[in-house]
Design a protein around this ligand. Structure first.
Ligand code: 6GU
Length: 225
């Protein structure tokens, strides 16, 4: 998979793909990520990428011209499966979307700022708009990291034990059961006996029951969908 990320703050991604699972994915050439500074496509001497909005009102709008010049330039090298815009009024990101994106070959992500981007760019060039939750971030960059992380870790081969990603919370509309490691007794706080029993069937049943109970209690919405 190749991912192009267009941003006016490339520095916000420093280190984001240089640790842990994402680092391994990059090193194994399972994904390549390229940061593009939108200002490189500005057309005036101030390298402007935003301007006042027509009709008046507070807040700047990201102008269409640098966005289109940038996209058209990058499209000469690649045909994108999705042209994504990260925006709080986009479709709410979930595991199912992460699964779908993990199957794509070429993605481009546009990170918005200010009041948003010119509506004409959204209507004529963007193919998918994504929000990561009902709160407002200063810009789409942290959301881009979230979306990339969730998709990249699902690419076959990224996680060693391939069943590990499949047993994640949400992958089957259940949240994960509790987990424990050594010691079995820490200051009187004990690991449930069943996990020490070595009885695989009982352990599987216990984990499933825990997952269902946790989901009922914490995320009942997941059970009704
Ligand atoms: Cl994708 N962008 C911004 N600016 N805020 C958000 C968001 C995205 N998703 C949730 N809040």
């Amino acid at each position: 998979m190749h991912i192009d990320i267009v941003t006016i703050h490339p520095g916000l991604f420093a280190g984001a793909f240089e640790h842990s699972i994402l680092k391994r994915a990059v090193q194994a050439n399972l994904v390549s990520i390229n940061l593009i500074n939108l200002r490189d496509y500005a057309t005036d001497k101030h390298r402007s990428v935003d301007d006042y909005q027509y009709g008046g009102g507070a807040g700047m709008v990201m102008m269409i011209e640098p966005l289109v010049l940038c996209l058209e330039d990058l499209q000469q090298k690649r045909k994108y499966d999705e042209v994504i815009y990260l925006t709080p009024d986009g479709e709410l990101f979930n595991q199912s979307m992460a699964n779908q994106l993990s199957l794509k070959s070429n993605l481009i992500l546009f990170c918005g700022h200010y009041k948003g981007i010119d509506e004409r760019f959204r209507q004529h060039f963007i193919t998918k708009e994504i929000s990561i939750g009902d709160y407002v971030l200063s810009g789409g960059e942290p959301a881009a990291v979230v979306v990339c992380d969730a998709a990249i870790r699902l690419i076959p081969g990224v996680i060693n034990d391939e069943t590990s990603a499949l047993s994640d919370s949400f992958q089957d509309d259940l949240i994960s059961p509790p987990v424990y490691s050594r010691p079995a007794d820490f200051r009187g706080m004990k690991v449930p006996d069943v996990l020490l029993s070595g009885h695989e069937q009982n352990i599987t049943a216990w984990r499933y029951e825990q997952a269902v109970n946790r989901t009922k209690k914490r995320r009942p919405d997941l059970l009704n969908s």
